[in-house]
Write a new protein. Structure first.
Length: 497
């Protein structure tokens, strides 16, 4: 016999944790939250500066892209969180919600004016947005040098004041990481009507006709009396739909999957921010190369301060790559450490990194099944920099970061430019672009889901996560997805699918 719940939520990430909290707030409503990964018991999750140590661990799905045509055939490491809190348990904790213009591509009912109250609610209710406890001196130098190079100072990189440079706000509490699980799930976990099942990877959704009826997972089967809510992210949610027979019919038949609903757009429109990282050796001992010294651990334990409280991406500048743009299309992201080999290689000396990030890339990819085996990773093809305009924007980013580094006071700290260390920027970009971990769009609003996030053509199933975001935002994902989830919770409570 399958267990029965009113709501079965798939994925305990930024959206799933909020939904579990809000929906279980009604004691008459039973909620099951399924998470494929283990519980979030790890000091590397708690310590802000340690997030790269979680890469390719049991807390990481450890995806790789397909060979990228625009990147000389390279496969790009594509980390996604696999634990309570999802990717909020292993990200850089940056609170940069985006720009009002980001919502221009959304349906009318999802305008900035409609979404702003949910950002306010997130910032007030989660108690997880704070100023950094101990910004690195080099990060402050980056802000000053960017101003000297002509970039305006932004107050706190909030949506209304995004254009400019500043230190970032972070998702932390008293110097420690605050994940979606910390902020939303842990306050609700003792409710009798909320069941949290870790180590439970979803195998598929079963339908009775066109209505989602049950979820099969590695721990058993769960009946959904009201609805199934997919919150597996831009990779997990489309994969589950495809495995369940919802997607392009011809592709499903290639894998001998029975077609429940022909939906050609599932897995299409994969978008992600491409990032190219410049590296400089630096004088002094301020960089996070020194973060693992015993004294820094004592500072963290006793004072909740010091280098280990760093989120690594401590400062950012949002600028335009050319005149006449209505909003920034380029981010310069500063880290007071050498960020090497997609974060997989520890720094080998003192230095800093500046990443150029194309905020509105034109390149669009897709996600497809590799097989009908739900335990096999899908094929992820972000199609990085296949549009020449994305190369232009990143090359302009390199030029602007160099102008910043040439300005005091950062210029007095910088020594050798390790990368690009060339004027031939296009070949260097194609050899060095990686992800900044913001995939969206694979179940987008207006195509796969309607304006209430219900899967078009089906009943009893909804998608609530980054996959429904139709276009990339000028910011970082966690706050955006949290806003979306708070609004979705209200919708679900008012009118179940």
């Amino acid at each position: 016999m399958a267990d029965r719940y009113d709501y079965v939520i798939v994925g305990a990430g930024s959206a799933g944790c909020i939904l579990a909290n809000k929906l279980s707030g009604d004691p008459e409503t039973s909620v099951l939250l399924l998470e494929a990964g283990p519980r979030d018991r790890s000091k590397e999750i708690r310590i802000p500066a340690a997030f790269s140590k979680l890469f390719k661990s049991k807390f990481d799905w450890g995806y790789e892209t397909t060979p990228q045509q625009g990147l000389n055939g390279r496969r790009i490491y594509f980390p996604r969180g696999k634990t309570l809190g999802g990717s909020s348990a292993m990200n850089a904790q940056m609170h940069i919600p985006g720009h009002p213009a980001d919502f221009d591509a959304w349906p009318d009912d999802w305008s900035w004016d409609a979404m702003r109250p949910y950002l306010d609610a997130f910032e007030e209710e989660s108690c997880s947005v704070s100023e950094a406890r101990a910004p690195n001196p080099m990060s402050r130098a980056f802000v000053e040098s960017a101003e000297a190079a002509g970039v305006a100072r932004a107050s706190n990189l909030s949506p209304e004041r995004l254009e400019g440079v500043g230190l970032v706000r972070v998702h932390q509490r008293k110097g420690l990481r605050c994940t979606a699980a910390d902020a939303w799930l842990k306050p609700a976990r003792r409710r009798d009507n909320l069941t949290i099942a870790t180590g439970s990877q979803v195998l598929g959704v079963d339908f009775d006709g066109k209505r989602a009826a049950r979820v099969r997972h590695t721990g058993g089967t769960a009946e959904a009396e009201s609805e199934v809510i997919l919150s597996g992210g831009a990779i997990g949610s489309p994969q589950i739909l495809l495995l369940s027979g919802v997607g392009p019919a011809d592709e499903l038949r290639e894998h001998d999957i029975d077609v429940v609903h022909d939906q050609p757009e599932v897995g299409r429109n994969l978008r992600d921010h491409p990032m190219a990282i410049g590296l400089w050796d630096a004088s002094g001992t301020d960089s996070l190369f020194a973060a693992e010294k015993p004294g820094q651990l004592l500072k963290l334990l006793l004072q909740r301060r010091g280098m280990l409280t760093s989120n690594v991406g401590e400062a950012a500048a949002f600028v335009c790559s050319r005149e006449g743009l209505p909003a920034p299309d380029l981010e310069l992201l500063f880290a007071p450490v050498l960020y090497l080999d997609e974060g997989l290689t520890p720094p080998d000396g003192h230095g800093f990194s500046i990443a150029a990030v194309s905020l509105q890339p034109r390149s669009v990819g897709k996600l497809t099944l590799r097989s009908a085996n739900p335990l096999e990773h899908p094929d992820i093809d972000p199609a990085f920099v296949t549009d020449q305009e994305d190369i232009r924007v990143l090359a302009e980013g390199v030029k602007q970061m160099r102008r910043v580094v040439e300005s005091a006071p950062l210029g007095e700290i910088a020594e050798r430019e390790r990368a690009p260390a060339t004027e031939e920027l296009e070949p260097w970009i194609r050899q060095n672009v990686q992800t900044i971990y913001h995939p969206v769009g694979t179940c987008r609003l207006g195509a796969v889901v309607d304006d209430r996030l219900r899967v078009n053509g089906l009943d009893g199933i909804r998608v609530v996560d980054a996959s429904v975001i139709p276009n990339l935002m000028r910011g970082h994902s966690h706050a955006q997805v949290s806003m979306l989830a708070l609004r979705a919770a209200e919708m679900i409570q008012r009118a179940p699918a």
